[in-house]
Design a binder for this molecule. Sequence first.
Ligand SMILES: Nc1nc2c(ncn2[C@@H]2O[C@H](COP(=O)(O)OP(=O)(O)OP(=O)(O)O)[C@@H](O)[C@H]2O)c(=O)[nH]1
Length: 409
Amino acid sequence: MPSLDGKDSMRGAGVDKPWQKEMADLPSFYSPQSRPVPDTSRLPNVEHSQHDEGVSFSLSPPAEPSSSRNLEVPTATLDMIASNQEPLPPPSLLSPAFTPPATPGTTTPRSEHPRGVPVDSSIPSGGCGTKKPRLLETLPEVQCIVRARIPTTGGTEMFLHLYTNNVDQKEHLAIVFGSHIRSTSLDAPREGETEMDRMVRGAYTGRLYPGRTRSGMVGPVTPADSDLADHTPAESNPPLVRIHSECYTGETAWSARCDCGEQLDEAARLMSLPSEEQGGIIIYLRQEGRGIGLGEKLKAYNLQDLGSDTVEANLLLRHPADARSYGLATAMLRDLGQHEVRLLTNNPDKIRAVEGPNREVRVTERVAMVPLSWKGKGGFRSREVEGYLKTKIEKMGHMLDMDLGSQHS
Ligand SMILES: Nc1nc2c(ncn2[C@@H]2O[C@H](COP(=O)(O)OP(=O)(O)OP(=O)(O)O)[C@@H](O)[C@H]2O)c(=O)[nH]1
C-alpha cells in the first residue's frame, strides 16, 4: 500500500537496487512503474523454496526439450533474481506464446459456426443489391498509431488499434481478434525509435511482460525468440469482419431504439468462437447517427416520437437518409493485410462501399445479423426497435426477413 506521505513511492524511497534506478530514469510514458520480472521461459528451471529468512534458489537444466534454445543467463539477471528475495510467478503467467481464441471450458460448440452466403458485387445477381455507392477515386491514407491488448469481460482478448487518417480528425478504431493480424503502418520502423518506444506503441510480437526489452521485430530472429512469436493459424479462410458505425445511445446508454449494441456484442462473440481461427476484425467508424452526429440524431429521435420513421426524420432535418462512407474502413482493412473478408451485415450498400473504388477488398461472403430476439436467443424487443428494423428493410433495402421477427414474438 502506498503511504500518504509518499515516502514509499518510487522517487521517495531509496533507489538502492540497480533496477529501481533504471525504472526511476525511464520516461513518463512508462507506466505503471512495475518491477521487472525476468522471463523465466528463457532460463534454466528455477526452483525456489520459501524459508523464514527468504528464498533459496537452485538452478537445474530445463525439463522441456529445448536444445535449440539459448540457455545462457546473464549474471546480472541471476543477481537480480537473487536480490529480489521473492518467489517468481510461473512462466505460464509471464509469456504465453499466443492468445487462445477463447477461454478454455467456456467455449461455444463448433457447430455454432457463423453461416454466410457467398456474394459477388460484380454481378447484378450477386446478393448485394444494385445500388452504386458514391466512392472516392482513391482510398484515404490511414496510419495505426498505437495498439494494445485488451482482455475482455467475455474472457477473450482483442487488440485495439487506433488509427489516424488524412480526411478527418477522428480516432477510428480496429478491434482485432487474433494476434496474427498485423497493421503494416504500425509495424513499420520509425526513425530514431528505441525498442521500448516500439513496445509502448504496440509494435511488438507475442505478448508483453514485465522486464521484456525487445519488441521481437527488429534484428535477427533466433530460436530463443519463439516465445515472442505470434500464433498464425493454419487455415487461410478470410476473417469475419464487421464495419460498425458509432452509436452512443445503443452501445453505451442502453437505448432500445436500435440494435447497435447487440450487434457489436454479437460480432465480438462470433469472432471469438473457436471455429474462427483466422480471427476477426471490427472496424469501428466514428460516424455517429449514420454520419449526422449525436446532436442531430437526438433531434431525429424527437421527430420519430412525433411520428416520423428513421429515414423521414433524417430528411426533415435536411440530412441524407444515410450520410456515411466506408473508404476509411477499406483502407484500414488493407493496412491490416486483408484482401478478402466475410462481412457481417444486412446492409447491401456496405458490401459495395467497403470493397473500395478498385475492389481493393473483396467481400466473399455475407453473414446476416439477425436480431437475437428474432431467433429466440434472448436479446430484447421494443416498439421502437421494430420500427427501426422495419424502415431499414422497407426503405433502405436491408436483407432481413421481417417474417422471422414475427415468428418469435
Ligand atoms: N440518423 C439516425 N441514425 C441512427 C438511428 N438509429 C441508429 N442510428 C445509427 O445508425 C448506425 C448503425 O449502423 P451499423 O450498426 O453500422 O449498421 P447498419 O448500416 O444499419 O447495417 P448493418 O451492418 O446491417 O447493421 C449508427 O451510426 C447509429 O448511431 C436513427 O434513428 N437515426
